[in-house]
Design a protein around this ligand. Sequence first.
Ligand code: FAD
Length: 292
Amino acid sequence: MKDFEYVAPVTAEEALSLLSQYKEEAKIIAGGQSMLVVMRQGLLAPEVVVDVKGITALDYMTYDEREGLKIGALTTHRAIETSPLIQKQFRVLSEMERNLATIQTRNWGTIGGNLCHGDPAGDPAPVLIVLGAMLKLRKLTGERIVAMEDFSRDILEVDLEPSEMLIEIQVPPPRPHTGTAHEKLMVMQGDAGIVGVAVSITLKPGNGICEDARIVLSNAASIPLRAKEAERCLAGRAIDGDLLTEAGEVASKEASPPSDVHASEEYRREMIKVFVKRVANKALERAKLEVR
Ligand SMILES: Cc1cc2nc3c(=O)[nH]c(=O)nc-3n(C[C@H](O)[C@H](O)[C@H](O)COP(=O)(O)OP(=O)(O)OC[C@H]3O[C@@H](n4cnc5c(N)ncnc54)[C@H](O)[C@@H]3O)c2cc1C
């Protein structure tokens, strides 16, 4: 690993001022769970490493019925997984975190680091996309809000300027008559998903017709993929087993999954069919009971 200068600001303002000073030469490190891997592999060799882990003001979760959920970028996976607030209001987030990596990685890795790493196999992004999450990004001269859905650009590439920092993840209040679920295909507990699927289903009150469906796949394209054709199969219709099979087949065609040492493209396409059907069915059952 190439030598670098190490700085450890304790406020976001201090960090932003360092990023603005060093620009492309600097790179943020939070939990280091992905950063250290890419630095060891020589894919990144920053001159200055800005360690933001000590900015405790960005480690929080709050919930308000009007504003929804706010998660500070430096909140760890483990804190989200075990939070009674998350378990009550957004059970799907807690379930997703429980299957993410090992407990050691969850204890130190942050939600912000996961999203900014931009791995298309990452678990939080698909769930946050079906929940309609927004990201608050800040630089020294101002802030902007970006939809989670628009944040990923390509493999390990996100919509983030060198002088910007992810500050907060904002999840709107749960929609009524909506159920949400996430599952991924793992060889061993905590493995990165061979494929992952997040689904939310909103039902029209009274008649059980699907008002809105959101389906997002991980490890099925170069970014978390919203399977819009599959969503259209479900919207406006009464969902049954045949329709879920159709949605799975359509999603599998929409995807462009990789072939790698873990699985072939063909196998991933088959698993997308299975998991879209399974997870959409779970979301549907939850919509009937209003479990988010
Ligand atoms: C053994 C292992 C297993 C794993 N399994 C899974 C898995 O099953 N599912 C899954 O989704 N992930 C998995 N991961 C990835 C892991 O979840 C992420 O690496 C971790 O959450 C990243 O968080 P971090 O705080 O360590 O980020 P870091 O590694 O410190 O940073 C990652 C990237 O984000 C940038 N960054 C960090 N914070 C900010 C910020 N606030 N603003 C702007 N940029 C920022 C950094 O510059 C860097 O580019 C695994 C990792 C390991 C090591």
